[in-house]
Design a protein around this ligand. Structure first.
Ligand code: UD1
Ligand code: UDP
Length: 362
């Protein structure tokens, strides 16, 4: 039996790593890389750091508008699926690569499994929200990281083949934490003291593409000082476009995006994390680091409910105040599971492929 995993962007690779390892104990896996991300530090470094097998197909799509990028992916993924005839297509998260993989498979009547099903921001202006909703509605197996995700699907009438697996990013972090301590020298290279700096990441289109919001974030980081900022290429593009790149002083250390091993250590040693990333919010929670989320809403509501994550509406002074003063006041829980999501996922995918999935369970 063959499962085809469709990936293309940084967060897809992180989720693929632990799942691929488990899948290969049970099934043949074909990895299809759309090429959505392509810079070494957005792409290949994750395969190297996390020991992900090289893709069997690299479609080389690259950047473009949503329609163009997704359309090109759809066309080329379909060609591969017709050739490979997999039993299941596996997609991850909410990127354009996720949507293209799911849509190509569904139209060819190939079963679709979705990792990170059921996440919702309820903001239709967010491209990822469109992707998630559409993918969930054409999936045959919905693998949910949290109870909230299961409940979100129920509200949309999706109850068949919905499983609570926990979050595969817990597995990824566990698998790589020790390796990171041995192989990563990032803290020494940047001369960082434990809990002596803020870590910032910004890439959400609603922040980067809006000059006022991006300016407020940069001004807040400047005022805070002691900031390490691995800069996503999208953020760099818009910082340059809006003339903000030149304003960055040495108080904000802008570095290239880092690999996963470096990122784990940067996150773990940060005193606080400021981010608009979904994955980074979760990782902050898992690593006991308070998080300031630079958005009005989050899909990872448990991190906020538990008091470890706080949302800001992108007012410069509020970002600064929260970064300085916000302190979690209660214990964290195991809301993302205990690190066996990948094994559960592989087991369910094998059942889906062989036609022996129970049917309706949640
Ligand atoms: C995509 C995902 C987003 C995810 C993010 C992770 C969609 C709709 N969005 O956003 O959900 O959180 O990836 O990082 O799929 N670029 C480069 N080099 C690269 C990749 C991108 O320079 O290797 C630049 C290009 O100018 C490109 C821009 O970044 O136009 C945006 O890239 P794109 O993949 O379209 O979306 P992301 O913002 O990365
Ligand atoms: N990440 C990384 N290096 C960076 C920034 C992020 O390794 O410079 C990792 C991060 O640890 C997490 C994943 O990339 O595992 C999150 O991806 P991203 O923030 O790009 O997307 P999102 O999760 O918001 O979709």
């Amino acid at each position: 039996m063959i499962v085809a995993s469709v990936v293309g962007a940084r967060p897809n690779f992180v989720k693929l790593a632990p799942v691929s390892r488990e899948l290969r104990k049970r099934l043949d896996e074909v990895i299809i890389h759309t090429g959505q991300h392509y810079d070494y530090e957005m792409d290949r470094i994750f395969f190297d750091d996390m020991g992900i097998p090289s893709p069997n197909y690299h479609l080389g799509i690259g950047s473009g508008s949503h329609g163009l990028q997704t359309g090109e992916m759809l066309k080329k993924v379909e060609e591969v699926l017709i050739q490979e005839k997999p039993d299941v297509v596996l997609v991850f998260g909410d990127t354009n690569s996720t949507l293209a993989g799911a849509l190509a498979a569904a139209k060819l009547h190939i079963k679709v499994a979705h990792i990170e099903a059921g996440l919702r921001s309820y903001d239709k202006r967010m491209p990822e929200e469109i992707n998630r909703v559409l993918v969930d509605h054409c999936s045959d197996l919905l693998l949910c990281p949290t109870r909230t995700a299961v409940e979100n699907l129920r509200k949309e009438g999706i109850v068949k083949n919905v499983y609570l697996t926990g979050d595969v990013m817990v597995d990824a972090q566990r698998d790589c934490a020790k390796i990171a301590e041995i192989r990563s020298h990032i803290l020494a290279d940047l001369e960082l003291k434990d809990k002596g700096y803020y870590l910032a990441t910004v890439h959400r289109a609603s922040n980067t593409d809006d000059p006022e919001k991006l300016k407020a974030i940069i001004e807040a980081l400047e005022e805070l000082g002691d900031v390490v900022f691995p800069c996503h290429p999208r953020a760099e593009k818009y910082l340059r476009k809006f003339g903000l790149w030149e304003d960055l002083s040495r108080k904000v250390r802008v570095i290239k995006p880092v690999g996963y091993l470096d990122m784990i250590l940067l996150e773990r040693s940060a005193k606080k994390i400021l981010t608009d990333s979904g994955g980074v919010q979760k990782e902050a929670y898992l690593l006991n680091v308070p998080c300031i989320t630079l958005r009005d809403e989050t899909e990872w509501v448990e991190t906020v409910e538990d008091g470890w994550n706080v949302l800001t509406s992108l007012d410069k002074d509020e970002i600064v105040r929260l970064a300085r003063d916000f302190e979690p006041c209660q214990e964290r829980r195991d809301v993302f599971g205990r690190g066996n999501a990948s094994a559960k996922t592989a087991e369910l995918i094998e059942k889906l492929a062989s036609g022996s999935l129970e049917g309706a369970r949640s």
